[in-house]
Write a protein that binds this ligand. Structure first.
Ligand code: SF4
Ligand code: SF4
Length: 505
């Protein structure tokens, strides 16, 4: 029997589509509507609650669900285990896509209604997603304390912006290139134990029809601009399941996998080279994991104050704020914006570059790959490292503030209801004495995972084992320093601002 054309590392896979009921469900044209619509309704309720519910952050359903429950679900479960599972069910592009297709479920014409313009080739990267995430992060202090701010964000992200993009551009330009959430989900989806791939690339290469990109009566051509035949990373497959419906040769698999090599392979089999956009997404996420931790849970109130661009008072915990003291502090906004944008786009990349230069020098300057290639390739080690830092953060936020959610669901719209009898439940943080140890364990696990990732990245770049080891040493040192920094935020061993010699503040 002829060998199937598969990717290196394609083992330990189980195709979920071999289970007939799963295949029947995802092949149904109603599938995506069925998973999106409930979330759409929930987000509409959140918007209403943001504007008419309690004006206090820790009593408002929208603030609590978006910034505690949804964030924790994304960071702890959905993305690390499901990759782009959230994108499959996300309500943000819903209105736009329904208008673009003029149907909820059916297959109509392939070319979308609206202007259906092509996305500019120059913007075929995730820089806009990097900037959109930084913009949201600049206002994180006000978003997590002022329900109206979360409400405006939801209106923009669920009703207005994606709809405009769907009406002007073809397919899911919003999801692929702009959405602030999609950028980091794409990055972290690369380590998820699930992947959508073709079963046999050889079959694709011989197949003329290419319905997976052209569309067919069974479904639309890939809305995410992916070509399943070339899929070898999870980064930009939105798991929409259109190609499962359209491929007439039944050549699509939805694999559960043990380990993946998404972080070490070139995208598109070398057709498209890796740029700096994904590494900068990794710098942004790894730096913000530290900044968010300092703002939301750090020992130094200065970080909380500077993020609180509207408050007159120090807020002890970020979800609580004295809403009566509304005064805009432009100097705080400028300082926090400088911290968010400067640390992610300048400080972190420059620090990382220094270690990559050391890696190149140690492995032999002349015989090692170009500096840019080493910089890009090694930056992917930040994916497991920062993902575990975010898991530690999200777990803390959930356990410390989760009880607010139990209280607010009894009176989600601030009408004085007590639907489940939990309205007066006092703030009850869970596991305060053990959380730092759990976080430490998560971060140490992340460090071990990262060292293994560095080894694999290095192995993929160097033929010589000794050069690979020498080159990896500075990058491992960088990872250890980062892990110590994150551990310190949670365990509070030394004073970060003090150590920076009062450079900030
Ligand atoms: S339609 Fe199916 S077989 Fe043909 S290229 Fe696409 S995934 Fe491959
Ligand atoms: S590759 Fe398939 S599942 Fe992934 S986004 Fe494209 S059509 Fe959807």
């Amino acid at each position: 029997m002829a060998q199937k054309a598969r990717y290196p590392g394609y083992k330990y896979r189980f195709d979920l589509l071999k289970i007939p009921i799963i295949k029947r469900i995802v092949k149904s044209r109603s599938f995506q509507f069925a998973v999106i619509f409930p979330n759409f309704v929930v987000f509409i309720i959140l918007m209403v609650s943001a504007f008419i519910g309690s004006p206090v952050g820790n009593k408002n359903l929208a603030v609590l669900v978006v910034w505690i429950l949804w964030w924790a679900a994304l960071m702890i479960v959905l993305t690390p285990l499901g990759g782009r599972l959230w994108c499959m069910m996300c309500p943000m592009p819903a209105i736009g896509e329904w208008l673009q297709r003029r149907t909820f479920t059916k297959k109509k014409r392939e070319k979308g209604y609206g202007l259906a313009k092509k996305w500019p080739r120059k913007l075929d990267n995730i820089w806009l997603q990097n900037f959109s995430f930084l913009t949201v992060s600049t206002f994180i202090g006000v978003l997590t304390t002022r329900p109206w701010a979360t409400g405006i964000m939801l209106v923009l992200l669920v009703l207005v912006l994606p709809t405009i993009f769907h009406m002007v551009f073809e397919k899911r330009v919003w999801c692929r290139y702009i959405c602030p959430v999609s950028g980091f989900i794409g990055l972290y989806s690369m380590v998820a134990p699930i992947e959508l791939r073709v079963k046999d690339r050889g079959v694709c290469l011989k197949h003329i029809g290419k319905e997976c990109i052209r569309g067919s009566p069974a479904g639309y051509g890939c809305p995410w601009f992916e070509f399943p035949q070339n899929l070898n990373r999870n980064a930009y497959c939105g798991l929409c399941m259109e190609c499962v419906k359209t491929c007439p040769l039944d050549n699509i698999a939805l694999n559960i996998r043990l380990g993946g090599n998404d972080l070490y392979v070139e995208p598109w089999h070398g057709i498209k080279k890796k740029g700096l956009d994904e590494p900068f997404k990794a710098f942004i996420m790894s730096t913000l994991a530290v900044i968010y931790a300092l703002v939301f849970a750090g020992p130094d109130p200065w970080f909380k104050d500077v993020a609180n661009i509207f408050g007159g008072e120090t807020f002890s915990r970020i979800f609580v704020d004295n809403v009566l003291q509304e005064s805009f502090h432009p100097e705080r906004l400028a300082t926090f914006a400088a911290i968010v944008w400067g640390s992610t786009l300048v400080v972190m990349p420059v620090a990382f570059l220094i270690f990559v230069v050391a890696a190149k020098a140690l492995s032999g300057w002349k015989d090692s790959p170009p500096l840019k290639k080493m910089f890009i390739n090694y930056s992917y080690m930040l994916v497991p490292l920062s993902l575990t830092a975010w898991i530690a953060f999200a777990l803390y936020i959930l356990l410390i503030n989760g009880s607010y959610i139990i209280a607010v669901i009894s009176d989600p719209l601030n009408f004085g209801w007590n639907l489940f009898g939990t309205k007066d439940l006092p703030w009850t943080p869970i596991g305060t004495s053990v959380i730092p140890y759990i976080q430490a364990a998560i971060i140490i696990f992340g460090l071990i995972w990262t060292v293994n990732t560095i080894k694999n990245i290095s192995k993929a770049m160097f033929e010589s084992r000794s050069k690979a080891i020498r080159s990896a040493i500075p990058i491992v040192v960088f990872a250890i320093i980062y892990a110590i920094l994150v551990l310190n935020v949670w365990l509070g061993v030394f004073d970060v601002r003090g150590l920076l010699g009062g450079l900030i503040g």
